[in-house]
Design a protein around this ligand. Structure first.
Ligand SMILES: [Zn+2]
Length: 211
């Protein structure tokens, strides 16, 4: 059938047979972040009782919208290095997976909670300063959190001065052994509830109950 078009064509649409009822479903896949030749990064040193040597965690960032309004940094890759890496092939695997997630773009802050929720079945450890770490994976998660806070991707702070003071006091008065006997906090579930000044005090979230 031919139809004579008498008006000016301003828009058109191609209709395929049977396509009227179907809603077009378009899956948006964010383009992978691209790597500049030179990236700025930050290296964090962590010391855990799980290894003799310190671990160095480097997170490199890409700058998005460079020179434009809304310029910001995003993490692009993570490397973890130590003098003795042979016992830590799983760390290399983990960093590759994390880097791949970074490069996918989108919201990557979920990684922090996922990693920080990993508990070592052999029990966690206390860091210098009295901060409890449920596992090395959790500590890597906290370093990523610290980095994301520093580049403005996440809000918050890791510890208030008040909480830091409580940790230092606990480490001084209870010692390593006393800290190891910490109980589970009813608020945050961290195994970081200790007795300070006759109060059960959580060294993770700061929850405190006297009695
Ligand atoms: Zn708590």
């Amino acid at each position: 059938m031919t139809t004579k078009i008498e008006k000016q064509i301003t828009a058109y649409e191609v209709i395929k047979p049977g396509s009227e009822q179907k809603e077009a479903t378009v899956t948006q896949i964010a383009p992978l972040l691209e790597r500049d030749d030179v990236l700025e990064g930050t290296t964090y040193k962590i010391k855990t009782p799980l290894s003799e040597h310190a671990l160095y965690i480097t997170i490199n960032d890409v700058i998005m919208k460079r020179g434009e309004a809304g310029e910001h940094k995003r993490p692009f890759e993570i490397f973890i290095n130590s003098k003795n890496m042979e016992n830590f092939s799983w760390i290399v695997a983990l960093t590759r997976v994390i880097s791949a997630v970074f490069r996918k773009g989108g919201d990557v802050t979920f990684l922090v909670e996922e990693l920080k929720a990993v508990f070592d079945p052999r029990g966690g450890y206390y860091k210098k300063g009295g901060k409890y770490m449920p596992s090395l994976v959790a500590e890597i998660g906290e370093v990523i959190q610290q980095h994301m806070i520093s580049i403005g991707m996440m809000e918050g702070q890791l510890a208030t001065p008040e909480l830091e003071a409580k940790r230092a006091m606990a480490q001084k008065t209870l010692g390593e052994e006393g800290m190891k006997n910490a109980h589970c906090c009813p608020m945050c579930n961290a195994k970081a509830l200790v007795r300070l000044d006759n109060c059960d005090t959580c060294l993770e979230c700061g929850h405190s109950k006297c009695g």
